[in-house]
Write a protein that binds this ligand. Structure first.
Ligand SMILES: Cc1cc2nc3c(=O)[nH]c(=O)nc-3n(C[C@H](O)[C@H](O)[C@H](O)COP(=O)(O)OP(=O)(O)OC[C@H]3O[C@@H](n4cnc5c(N)ncnc54)[C@H](O)[C@@H]3O)c2cc1C
Length: 375
């Protein structure tokens, strides 16, 4: 069968691209090597934060706002896979990032509260503010149930006529695209939404433009009968001054904490997903100061995932410079999940020829140095 478009990769970017393309009436084939939201994928795992704050990068605040609406519309058709927890930004005295976030939230007419230190202590006594002097609360933001949400997008895409194929696509070597098995994929255009695998598929083009880093996530157990770390009592909190964030105890899985600083280089196919002694130590040390009641809490669960970073954290969504019919959508850079719906919309419009190019997503803006600016 010949398809208008083949989307390779059913992570959050590919799943939403296939879904949005199907709404244009195109015939779409969606292919994944390991399955939608699989445990190797960057979109795997239980939960992802959706928030509007992006410091000075209003482009991503707007995208998150639009994506939030599209996620909600999707969940009306599937099951509710968003949990409203609120998102709390912990700010220092002089904090350009949080000040810029505050200004953007005002401009976007988003709901938010500015809390001074006393109010923060009163409302969230589970957290020790430490050097935090004030905070921003986004009351309507929260948590997307990641793996299940990706699977829900794929299920909806299938209802719209998208065909799903399990299998691995070989690195492109010319105009004809093939599965690793050798079978040809017959399609007019191809969207490679392969997250951390993109440098393997396009080593010459992307080998130095996307670097894949190992990231550890740890869930610790809350004290028995203590509901103060649960969703409802405790929001998601983000401390980008220390590059740490955490999620409340959602669905009884424990208090989730992760260091956002980039880890070592990582291979998404073969990398062992066991957290390091150093990673556990860093989390424990942080808990002692930030959530002292959890300082000795037992580890319930751990995960190793990966970020697929561009030099500054901007997405990479552009046409392949050598192959007219090939598009690349990736570079989620540790913050991409929430934006899946808008990424899909952008891909569908660009392919239909009626999109407006966003310079920050283009290949020509991508550098080879690691200089993270977008969080
Ligand atoms: C620990 C962690 C925490 C994060 N927290 C947040 C957060 O709170 N909020 C947020 O918005 N974002 C967050 N992110 C970032 C976000 O999860 C990613 O940016 C996003 O999931 C990337 O999606 P993707 O579709 O580009 O890639 P992926 O999800 O990796 O999907 C790529 C898919 O391509 C498939 N594939 C690869 N090669 C082939 C091939 N040759 N043939 C066929 N299929 C192939 C893979 O199997 C995979 O399913 C986090 C990421 C991590 C790792």
């Amino acid at each position: 069968m010949f398809y208008d478009i083949a989307v390779i990769g059913a992570g959050v970017f590919g799943a939403w691209s296939a879904y949005q393309l199907s709404l244009t009436g195109a015939s779409v084939l969606l292919i994944d090597a390991y399955g939608p939201g699989n445990s190797r994928a960057s979109s795997g795992g239980e939960s992802r934060v959706i928030r509007l704050g992006y410091g000075p990068d209003e482009i991503y605040s707007r995208s998150a706002q639009r994506s939030f609406t599209l996620w909600q519309q999707l969940f009306e058709k599937t099951e509710p896979l968003f949990q409203k927890t609120g998102v709390l930004w912990l700010a220092r005295d002089h904090d350009p990032y949080c000040e810029a976030t505050l200004a953007t939230l005002q401009r976007l007419n988003a709901s938010f509260e500015r809390l001074d230190e006393d109010e923060l202590r009163r409302r969230f006594p589970q957290l020790d503010p430490g050097p935090t002097r004030w905070a921003i609360l986004e009351p309507d933001s929260g948590v997307l149930m990641a793996r299940r949400a990706v699977q829900a997008v794929v299920a909806q895409a299938k209802l719209n006529g998208v065909e799903y194929l399990a299998g691995a696509v070989a690195p492109p070597q010319g105009k004809a695209m093939r599965m690793l098995s050798g079978a040809e994929i017959k399609a007019g255009r191809f969207v490679f939404a392969c997250g951390p695998w993109l440098p393997k598929l396009f080593p010459e083009l992307l080998g130095e433009l996307i670097y894949v880093t190992r990231q550890e996530v740890i869930f610790v157990g809350v004290p028995p009968g203590d509901e103060s770390f649960n969703r409802g009592a405790m929001p998601v909190w983000i401390d980008f001054n220390d590059l740490v964030y955490g999620l409340p105890n959602v669905d009884g899985r424990g208090f989730k904490i992760a260091i956002d600083a980039h880890g070592a280089e990582f291979d998404p196919d073969r990398g062992e997903r066991v957290v390091s002694v150093e990673g556990l130590k860093a989390v424990r040390e942080y808990l002692v100061h930030r959530a002292p009641r959890l300082a000795n809490a037992p580890v319930l669960e751990t995960r190793v995932c990966q970020y697929e970073n561009t030099s500054n954290g901007d997405f990479l969504i552009d046409r392949h410079p050598q192959f007219e019919n090939v598009w690349i959508a990736g570079g989620g850079s540790g913050h991409g999940f929430k934006h899946g719906p808008v990424v899909g919309e952008y891909v569908a419009r660009m392919i239909a020829g009626d999109g407006v190019e966003e310079r920050r997503f283009t290949l020509k803006t991508k550098e080879r140095v690691q200089e993270r600016k977008v969080y």
